[in-house]
Design a protein around this ligand. Structure first.
Ligand SMILES: Cc1cc2nc3c(=O)[nH]c(=O)nc-3n(C[C@H](O)[C@H](O)[C@H](O)COP(=O)(O)O)c2cc1C
Length: 312
């Protein structure tokens, strides 16, 4: 008899049935009449980032396609905390699947206030701090300023006992160094990475293709950059990593796991194929069977060799 294959994984204390989650801001169940696939099969749902105060987001156009990725400058339209709790979250809490709430802020105090509100909500399994949105008007982006990043993570940490995931930017000299700062301030895991700053010019009109000017690049072009960032973070910290950037297939997921990620998030690929995450789950099983793997622990960190697998 062949042993069963398990796709279960751990992100610190968070147990997931499998490593597949939608990336924040790219999966909006509550405003769709019904989900495009059986979302109960995903490891967790990561919700759109919320801000304390309501905000509209950036001027259109907010999206531009490039040959190997999408530029977005959505700017985090948010209903604000009160309406999020009353009108958005209830659509998700009934789903009986681990929920990861994503928090965006302009000051450490805003991260702290939202983290405090979420702390009492049992259905929220973990809190992801979006420290790295390239599309909102920070004075400084926390993920690019180690002192500010530490303040934001520590402020949220002081207000919640929930697992805290720090979402980092690729637009820094060392994502690993920023991850180490997040770890030192109480982050339980790092989500690596957000979009990379990017722009496109429409040569017919001579204008920029994004209303706000700059945007963030996601999709296939981001994958090798994200992999390198995951690798860097595993070398600088001892906390788990959630890999995100350009994933379109089970092969991509496996590359992230082998680089050291314990789980992954998928964004842009869902716009092109809404059921891609479910397809990836099937293909992951096929890969495991073909290679005679039974558990993801055999794969996670494999590309590092034996020594790193011991510390994870
Ligand atoms: C339209 C769009 C909206 C996004 N909104 C958010 C957001 O609200 N919060 C966040 O942390 N990341 C946001 N992101 C970034 C994604 O979560 C993810 O980090 C990035 O897209 C890279 O993954 P991908 O290449 O699989 O899309 C957004 C990305 C896109 C394309």
């Amino acid at each position: 008899m062949t042993a069963a294959i398990s796709l279960a994984t751990q992100v610190g204390t968070v147990s997931l049935a499998n490593p597949i989650m939608p990336a924040s801001g790219t999966f909006d169940y509550h405003s769709s009449p019904r989900p495009p696939f059986d979302i109960h099969r995903l490891g967790a749902l990561v919700l759109k980032s919320i801000t304390w105060n309501p905000q509209k987001g950036n001027p259109p156009p907010r999206l531009a396609e490039t040959p190997s990725g999408l530029i977005n400058s959505i700017g985090i339209p948010s209903p604000g905390m009160e309406r999020f709790l009353g009108e958005v979250l209830p659509h998700y809490t009934v789903l009986n699947i681990p929920l990861v709430a994503s928090v965006a802020g302009y000051t450490p105090d805003e991260y702290a206030r939202i983290a405090a509100e979420l702390n009492s909500i049992a259905a929220v399994t973990a809190v992801e701090l979006n420290l790295s949105c390239p599309n909102i008007a920070y004075h400084h982006m926390p993920a690019q300023d180690p002192a500010l990043l530490k303040e934001c993570v520590a402020a949220a940490r002081s207000e919640t006992t929930k697992p805290l995931w720090a979402k980092l930017s690729p637009d820094v000299p060392s994502v690993g160094a920023m991850a180490a700062a997040a770890e030192a301030s109480g982050a339980d895991a790092c989500t690596v990475i957000n979009t990379a700053q990017a722009m496109m010019v429409n040569i017919e009109t001579g204008r920029l293709m994004i209303g706000a000017g700059m945007g963030g690049l996601s999709g296939p072009a981001l994958l090798p950059i994200a992999l390198a960032a995951v690798w860097d973070v595993t070398l600088h910290t001892r906390i788990p990593v959630i890999g995100v950037g350009g994933i379109r297939s089970a092969d991509d997921v496996i590359a992230f796991l082998m680089a050291g990620a314990s789980a992954v998030q998928i964004g842009t690929a869902s716009f092109y194929n809404p059921s891609v995450m479910v397809q990836i789950l099937q293909d992951l099983n096929t890969f495991m069977a073909r290679k005679h793997f039974h558990s993801l622990t055999e794969i996670i960190g494999m590309a590092h060799g034996a020594e790193i697998q011991e510390v994870r």
